[in-house]
Design a protein around this ligand. Structure first.
Ligand SMILES: [Zn+2]
Length: 205
C-alpha cells in the first residue's frame, strides 16, 4: 500500500499541477490575445475550460476535505486484546488487520473477484462494501468507490512514512482495512484501497 499510496498521492498532485498549469496558460493567452478575434476566442475557451476544471476540482477537494474532517474527529472503537485476535486470525490476518500491515500488491484472493455480493470485515463480519462499487484501479489491491454505509468505517489521519493519508478501519472492531484516496471514479471520486486479507466475501444468493 505504501508504494501505491505514494503513487496515488503523486498522481493527485500531478492532476492539480496540470490544472494550475492550464489556468496559467489561459491567463497567458488572455494577456497576449490582443490581436485577432480567433486568439480572443481561444483565450475565452481556455479560460472557460480552466474555470470548469477549477470548479470541479474545488468540489472534489471540498468532498475530500470533509472526509479529512471526519477523520480528525473519530474515536477508535473498543476492541479485543491481541490474545483474542491471535487465536481467531491467521498470522497474516493479524499482521495486517491488527498491526496495520499491508499485503503485497496483486496477491489478494479477492483482488480479481467480480462476483456479485457483499464484502465484510474478516475480523468481525460487519458488512463493508457492495460488489457494485468495486472497480479495477490497477493498484494491486481491491478498490471501491464507496462504502456500503458511512457508519461501516471509521477514518483517521495517518502520517506514517512521511505521507498524509486517511486510514480506513472497521467501525465495529477497529480492524485496519486500508486507506482512502481522492483519485477514484465518479460519482464519489474516492478510492477505498483495501487489503484483500482484511475482507470476507458473501456472494449474492
Ligand atoms: Zn470488524
Amino acid at each position: 500500500m505504501h508504494r501505491a499510496g505514494r503513487v496515488a498521492y503523486s498522481l493527485c498532485r500531478s492532476a492539480r499541477l496540470a490544472i494550475h498549469s492550464a489556468e496559467g496558460r489561459a491567463g497567458a493567452i488572455g494577456a497576449a490575445g490582443t490581436g485577432s478575434a480567433a486568439a480572443a476566442a481561444a483565450a475565452a475557451a481556455a479560460a472557460a475550460a480552466a474555470a470548469a476544471g477549477r470548479s470541479e476540482t474545488g468540489q472534489h477537494r471540498r468532498s475530500f476535505q470533509s472526509l479529512c474532517g471526519a477523520a480528525a474527529s473519530h474515536q477508535p472503537p473498543p476492541s479485543h486484546d491481541d490474545a483474542y485476535w491471535l487465536d481467531k486470525l491467521t498470522p497474516e490476518q493479524f499482521r495486517i488487520c491488527r498491526q496495520k500491515g499491508t499485503e503485497r500488491p496483486f496477491t489478494g484472493a479477492l483482488y480479481h473477484n467480480t462476483k456479485p455480493g457483499v464484502y465484510s470485515c474478516v475480523c468481525c463480519g460487519q458488512m463493508l462494501f457492495a460488489s457494485s462499487t468495486k472497480y479495477d484501479s490497477g493498484s494491486g489491491w481491491p478498490s471501491f468507490f464507496d462504502v456500503l454505509s458511512k457508519d461501516a468505517v471509521n477514518l483517521s489521519e495517518d502520517g506514517a512514512f512521511g505521507m498524509r493519508r486517511i486510514e480506513v478501519e472497521c467501525s465495529s472492531c477497529g480492524s485496519h482495512l486500508g486507506h482512502v484516496f481522492d483519485d477514484g471514479p465518479a460519482p464519489t471520486r474516492l478510492r477505498y484501497c483495501i487489503n484483500s486479507v482484511s475482507l470476507g466475501f458473501r456472494p449474492s444468493p
